[in-house]
Ligand binder design. Structure first.
Ligand SMILES: Cc1cc2nc3c(=O)[nH]c(=O)nc-3n(C[C@H](O)[C@H](O)[C@H](O)COP(=O)(O)O)c2cc1C
Length: 285
């Protein structure tokens, strides 16, 4: 998740039954070109494993260059074919790639040729006409993709619209490689139900984990233990204040009254946030 799935949050969710963790989407060309960008966009450590680095790219060379540089630190590289934001479409990355099956096939081939032992996955959306999705999946498979994550919405659908589980089941039925379902997982029972209905091999959550990093361990809301752990990891590894604050806002949202949220959300520094947690929540630094 852009801005959010950085090292401290990844370590946090690994402690709550998450099997596979992804970096935020990183621009492959910038990652490949700049040592500074690599250091600011990506940090990891020995316990951050297994880890998938997700890239946005528009050609095979950029993607393979970036994958090669990431290779010593990750188990897999994922190509984002789902980002619906305007700037991404203009840059011809993200969900724009759902209209470019041949290009995606070539990009997968580039990575598999350069770093054959690295798992190569794609995260896709569905097409309004599922025959196109079928074609897309087959091309990716021919190029050697190792697994596919399907966000069950078209590139024009907003996340408020219900995820299309029939479409995910369709992809699972036609694909030879493992399929991971994505969309609307907010609890462990959602994950189980999606797995049951679609038959997929795995389930991915984004917003649900922001709200409750312990979701896959069966918790209904963020346990206090997770908040304390997050604060320790974030301060220990160093996290910018905006991200630190926003993670805590998400995690505590369902546990704070509207008035409390108002007070918490306007805090402007890390010491003020810690002070608030100490006074109101008994946080012990
Ligand atoms: C804050 C935020 C950041 C996201 N960043 C990424 C990203 O970097 N790469 C990606 O493939 N999807 C990203 N997504 C989309 C999610 O991976 C996911 O496809 C979408 O939110 C639907 O799943 P959900 O219902 O579990 O949230 C992001 C979503 C959110 C809310």
């Amino acid at each position: 998740m852009v801005r959010y799935s950085k090292l401290p949050f990844r370590e946090l969710v690994r402690g709550y039954n998450v099997d596979l963790v992804y970096t935020p989407m990183i621009l492959a060309d910038v990652f490949a070109a700049s040592d500074y960008a690599r250091h600011s966009d990506f940090s990891t450590n020995v316990v951050d494993d297994p880890l998938v680095i997700q890239f946005a790219a528009k050609n095979g060379k950029d993607l393979a260059d970036a994958a090669e540089l990431a290779f010593p630190y990750v188990g897999g590289v994922d190509l984002n074919c789902g980002c619906p934001q305007k700037w991404a479409i203009q840059e011809k990355i993200g969900s724009h790639l759902m209209t470019q099956p041949d290009l995606v096939r070539d990009m997968i081939r580039h990575v598999k040729a350069r770093t054959p032992s690295l798992d190569m996955s794609i995260k896709i959306r569905i097409h309004p006409d599922l025959r196109e999705t079928h074609e897309f999946v087959k091309r990716a498979e021919m190029a050697g993709v190792d697994y596919i994550t399907v966000h069950g919405r078209t590139r024009k659908q907003k996340s408020a619209e219900t995820v299309n589980l029939d479409a995910i089941r369709f992809v699972k039925e036609v694909a030879m490689v493992p399929v991971v379902a994505n969309g609307d997982v907010f609890s462990a029972s959602d994950a189980e139900e999606i797995q049951r209905v679609t038959g997929v091999d795995g389930v991915m959550a984004a917003r649900g984990l922001l709200q409750n990093p312990a979701l896959f361990a069966g918790y209904e809301h963020t346990p206090w233990d997770a908040v304390e752990k997050y604060v320790r990891y974030a301060l220990g590894y160093g996290t910018n204040q905006f991200i630190f604050h926003h993670h805590l806002m998400y995690m505590l949202e369902t546990q704070m009254s509207k008035a409390e949220q108002k007070t918490f959300n306007i805090l402007t520094s890390t010491p003020a946030i810690l002070d608030h947690l100490e006074r109101n929540w008994g946080f012990n630094a």
